[in-house]
Design a protein around this ligand. Structure first.
Ligand SMILES: [Zn+2]
Length: 407
């Protein structure tokens, strides 16, 4: 359906998520802006008009009938590691046999086995880009970090530019793990990551700089050195923070004015207060903990009730979170973290857009925004998390163009 004009008509529920172009907090996370029998007029890839179908005046455009279906903004999956060379089903089995993830990493597996594969792969690219679109995700963030040397990190970041359908926001994660050749020289590796930032920024390869801050990976002090340089070069900050242990990652995110602090499975009570009082988006990744078989999830209710700007993302990666289905992430957010269905949708649309600084263009269905939409064959939006692990997305539009589903 390639046309400069398109009308989508008769949506049983059109979830606009209309409101200010900023992160939603507290009770705002339940405001979906639903229009019954809703219509959208799209012109040149941009949303021109939104309202009830019987109020749509210009009926000359090609039409897409969404009768009986639910229409959402495309998901903005703001935390993935979608560029990787090989899968890790073997480590999945080791985990089931009782080996802890941090022990697999310490033994040269985990991230380091993906690094090994990444360095050897001549043709890195975003994996399963079509599957993201089929599951209703129209924008992802993707991180480097499976190279840990400048050449491979650059190849990973360049691969993110190659996707025609999916928008990919790129993040340099040079400090994802300590590579084997620097095992006895931590400060030398941090110096090298800082040096490499100049080249990454000179080539305009990444909008964000991220560091995995966790005991056994990188310390807050090491992250501060890297982030200081990244900020001086004009990059924005994301942090892998407090995933398994509380180690000051969330507090560091506030101190560094990061765009987002991600994971937060072990955030302390005092850091919940800090993050809630800040502009940092708290990005929660329940699929990771689910696939690791853990039962301690990020305290989503406490974060929301304290006023934090909560987002949800898949953390799609070949080790700890091999799912890219945001509908399933919504199910997990409801059942494992007691988020309400409406909150999960706002957290993965407008708040996801805030986590990649795209809230002016993405994350809601309002005039002026990019026409990124997904249509679900369900009767009520609550059935999206309710029908767990099944894909009910039947059509996806990217900039007003049908990229998945039948006309
Ligand atoms: Zn991650």
């Amino acid at each position: 359906m390639k046309s400069a004009k398109l009308n989508i008509l008769h949506a049983r529920q059109l979830l606009t998520i209309a409101g200010p172009a900023r992160a939603r907090r507290g009770p705002e996370l339940r405001e979906l802006g639903i229009i019954q029998d809703g219509a959208i007029a799209i012109r040149d890839g941009v949303i021109e008009w939104v309202g009830p179908t019987d109020k749509l005046h210009d009926r000359t455009a090609p039409e897409f009938d969404a009768s009986g279906k639910v229409v959402l903004p495309g998901f903005v999956d703001s935390h993935t590691h979608a560029v990787f060379a090989s899968t890790r089903g073997d480590e999945f089995e080791w985990g089931l046999q009782g080996v802890r993830y941090m022990d697999i990493l310490a033994g040269g597996g985990g991230i380091l086995s993906s690094v090994n594969a990444g360095r050897q792969s001549p043709a890195l690219r975003v994996r399963f880009a079509d599957q993201f679109l089929k599951h209703g995700t129209t924008t992802i963030e993707a991180k480097s970090g499976y190279g840990l040397d400048l050449e491979t990190e650059i190849r990973m970041l360049e691969a993110m530019r190659l996707e025609p359908g999916l928008d990919v926001v790129s993040t340099y994660l040079g400090a994802h793990a300590l590579p084997p050749e620097f095992r006895d020289n931590r400060s030398g590796f941090v110096d090298r990551v800082i040096d490499d930032l100049f080249e990454i920024q000179a080539r305009r390869l990444a909008e964000f700089c991220d560091v995995f801050v966790e005991p056994g990976v990188f310390t807050p002090a090491e992250a501060i050195r890297i982030f200081g340089k990244a900020k001086s070069l004009g990059m924005h900050i994301k942090i892998h923070a407090d995933e398994f242990q509380s180690s000051g990652g969330a507090a560091l995110a506030v101190e560094m004015a990061a765009t987002s602090a991600d994971h937060l499975g072990a955030i302390s009570d005092s850091d919940i207060g800090r993050i809630a009082a800040s502009r940092v988006v708290a990005t929660l990744l329940p699929a990771t903990l689910f696939m690791l078989g853990q039962n301690q999830y990020a305290p989503a209710r406490q974060l929301i009730d304290s006023g934090a700007a909560v987002a949800l993302a898949s953390d799609f990666n070949p080790g700890t979170s091999p799912t890219l289905n945001m509908q399933f992430v919504l199910s997990l957010a409801c059942t494992q973290m007691r988020m309400m269905p409406a909150e999960t949708i706002v957290a993965s649309t407008i708040n996801g857009a805030c986590a990649v600084r795209r809230q002016d263009r993405l994350g809601s269905i309002e005039p002026g925004k990019q026409a990124d939409l997904a249509i679900y064959d369900v009767a009520d939006y609550r059935e999206i998390p309710y029908f767990a692990a099944v894909n009910f997305c039947v059509a996806t539009f990217k900039r007003g163009e049908l990229v998945w589903g039948a006309k």
